[in-house]
Design a protein around this ligand. Structure first.
Ligand SMILES: *[C@@H]1O[C@H](CO)[C@@H](O)[C@H](O)[C@H]1NC(C)=O
Length: 204
């Protein structure tokens, strides 16, 4: 069993470096990012991450880490913003709704943090036997993290918020979701890398 697992690891392209024929890290980085949802951001994020021995798994983990870091920063920003909203002596319905919207954002983005953390943990503990299932879990969690960001922005639009706060939260949520979209791309690529012929339609 042990030997079989080792053999599978050895022959799996997932655990092998990219082909390195006469390619500089910069070339590898650009070609890795070319199909990402946000290629320029992708290159910026992964500069210094790509070496000739970089594997699809490394890229996926690095992209998820980048998204997780940004999402954590966003959650801290939201918590501080919520704290700074002084509760008026006489609460109006409108001011209450605004605080509820921001409070919902804190909860939603806190969920995103834990979803991205789960995504990263999944990518750190991939096993051959459960690989596809784990990739699918990672995709679900990362997508849910994006959805939570959208729910936050929709809530602010619906329930109201100070215009300045709303614009800033929207900008930050958008920024974070760009990182997460790129991470999703690398998770999908990692999923495909398991199959040496992704375009073949063989039914096994
Ligand atoms: C992420 O998950 C790990 C392992 O479960 C845990 O130790 C860590 O505290 C989590 N980090 C965050 C930011 O949730």
């Amino acid at each position: 069993m042990q030997t079989l697992t080792l053999m599978l690891l050895f022959i799996s392209p997932l655990f092998l470096p990219f082909s390195t024929a006469a390619k500089t890290p910069q070339d590898l980085l650009r070609s890795s990012c070319a199909q990402a949802r946000y290629p320029t951001l992708c290159v910026q994020t992964l500069t210094n991450q790509v070496t000739p021995t970089t594997k699809p798994l490394d890229l996926a983990q690095a992209a998820v880490k980048a998204s997780l870091t940004r999402t954590l920063t966003l959650s801290v920003y939201l918590k501080n913003t919520l704290k700074s909203q002084v509760k008026p002596a006489v609460e109006s319905t409108a001011s209450n709704r605004k605080r509820v919207a921001l409070n919902d954002c804190v909860a939603q983005i806190t969920d995103s943090v834990s979803e991205l953390n789960q995504t990263l943990n999944e990518l750190k503990h991939l096993h051959m036997g459960t690989f596809e299932w784990q990739i699918s879990n990672a995709q679900t969690w990362a997508s849910t993290a994006i959805t939570n960001g959208n729910l936050c922005v929709n809530g602010l639009n619906r329930k109201g918020a100070e215009e300045k706060v709303k614009m800033e939260v929207k900008r930050r949520v958008k920024d974070v979701s760009m990182f997460t979209s790129n991470a999703l791309y690398f998770i999908s690529k990692l999923g495909e890398s398991r199959n040496p012929k992704p375009h073949s339609n063989s039914k096994n």
